[in-house]
Write a new protein. Structure first.
Length: 444
């Protein structure tokens, strides 16, 4: 017997084994009733929520006639973290620690969107130091590479192309090495903070980035050699997961799903943030409207990201990485100690030993947080998967009144049914892989 969250009633009857409850309601019962009245060839199957090709705990409810999918629905909520609600009980500065864990493949986009919103409410958008904005752009573009590598790797794995998987995860490791060098962590960084960054680039970061670019330029052509012209690969992806421009716009799809239908929509161009208007790069598109086009797009987007990272390195000039206002700036003078990364001892000695005012201020900032003027704001960034927006409301306190994210995985997942219905069961896996959803971002 299966129960769902949409339970309507539970009838009880006595048996020799005790009381038995029959629970009705929810999507499964509706399907089961419909199937009973249909012919024997139509069956309903659950793909997921534990399945290697559902990109996490995504449940796909498929009605199939032979090998053809006649109806497809997405069941979500199996990874619900309550992150948005938790933000209401934490200070504005503690927010990045939560939001970085939503879409765990694009943590730095989550942090950037959140912090841009807080800065807009504070009215300090123009006060964020240029060096901080350049490093934010640099980190987001490395993150775009890391996310796309996982999309290509997992998509290849689900098709049985294990070499693609090995290549993708090999190259993602290079991205994570950069993250670990700069932020101290491979993921869940909480490095982008309201007003700037947790700290500046460590020694050797620029040299490591230059070596990273060289490695990526050498490795990226391997995906073309292995996949782009491969007849088996093309046969599996071409005309699969088809969604034209009209459908993409109607469903609110963004990112590679929208650009594969020929529309060059990219927030970095249409509504620039963090100084993106000053960078020279292209917005690639295809007109195939299918999974193959989305694969080609992601490969080309990675090349464009490398162009932006190179420009970031050239733009970096000495300067602060946090706003000057001490009532907002988190006192994060960090140093590498025996336990990894922690507060600088010199900074602690200064606070504890020389200035009672600094100690009191540090205590208030850490325990209570800064106040944000009342108001509401929507800010958005171009994540690796599409438009990642945040709507936040402040009631003038030290904690958000409400924070809601428009996650691209959640919105793009709506297109799953349009891509899959009428196709084969095996093509569902290809279509979902081309959407590249991450359930951490969907369920939040």
């Amino acid at each position: 017997m299966m129960t769902t969250h949409a339970t309507r009633s539970a009838e009880a009857r006595e048996t020799t084994e005790g009381t038995v409850y029959t629970v009705t309601g929810g999507d499964w019962d509706e399907f089961a009733a419909a199937v009973e009245s249909a012919d024997d060839e139509r069956i309903v199957v659950n793909m997921g929520p534990q399945h290697p090709s559902t990109h996490g705990v995504l449940r796909l409810i498929l009605e199939i006639d032979g090998e053809t999918v006649t109806e497809a629905r997405a069941g979500i909520g199996y990874l619900h973290t309550g992150i948005e609600k938790n933000l209401e009980y934490r200070t504005w500065s503690q927010g990045p620690t939560f939001v970085t864990r939503m879409d765990y493949l694009t943590p730095l986009f989550n942090e950037a969107a959140y912090c841009l919103g807080v800065e807009k409410l504070l009215g300090i958008t123009d006060d964020v130091p240029d060096r901080a904005s350049v490093i934010r752009v640099l980190l987001m573009e490395v993150n775009r590479l890391a996310s796309h590598f996982v999309a290509v790797a997992t998509g290849g794995m689900e098709l049985g192309a294990t070499t693609v998987m090995m290549y993708g995860f090999r190259d993602r490791e290079h991205c994570l090495d950069i993250f670990e060098l700069i932020t101290g962590l491979r993921m869940n960084h909480a490095f982008i903070r309201p007003g700037g960054l947790a700290q500046d680039l460590p020694p050797g970061a620029i040299d490591a980035l230059r070596e990273f670019i060289r490695t990526m330029r050498k490795n990226l052509p391997e995906y073309d050699k292995l996949c782009t012209g491969n007849p088996v690969f093309k046969a599996r992806l071409q005309d699969v997961g088809y969604l034209d421009l009209t459908g993409a716009l109607a469903l609110g799809a963004t990112g590679p799903v929208l650009r594969s239908a020929g529309l060059p929509h990219d927030l970095r161009k249409s509504d620039p943030y963090c100084g993106y208007e000053n960078y020279d790069f292209e917005v690639p598109t295809t007109d195939t409207c299918d999974s193959y086009g989305r694969f080609l797009l992601r490969i080309e987007e990675m090349r464009q990201s490398l162009r932006i990272i190179e420009q970031c390195i050239e733009r970096l000039e000495p300067g602060p990485v946090m706003v000057a206002d001490k009532k907002i700036a988190w006192p994060a003078q960090l140093a590498l100690g025996p336990d990894g990364m922690g507060n600088s001892l010199d900074h602690i000695k200064n606070i504890m030993g020389t200035s009672m005012e600094a100690l009191i201020h540090h205590f208030k900032l850490v325990t209570e947080g800064f106040r944000v003027p009342p108001g509401q704001v929507y800010t958005a960034v171009e994540s690796a998967k599409g438009e990642l927006g945040v709507h936040m409301v402040s009631d003038g306190g030290t904690r958000p009144y409400r924070v809601h994210f428009r996650d691209p995985s959640f919105t793009n997942l709506q297109s799953m049914a349009a891509m899959c219905e009428g196709g084969m069961v095996a093509d569902v896996i290809v279509a979902v892989a081309s959407i590249d959803p991450v359930m951490g971002g969907v369920d939040r």
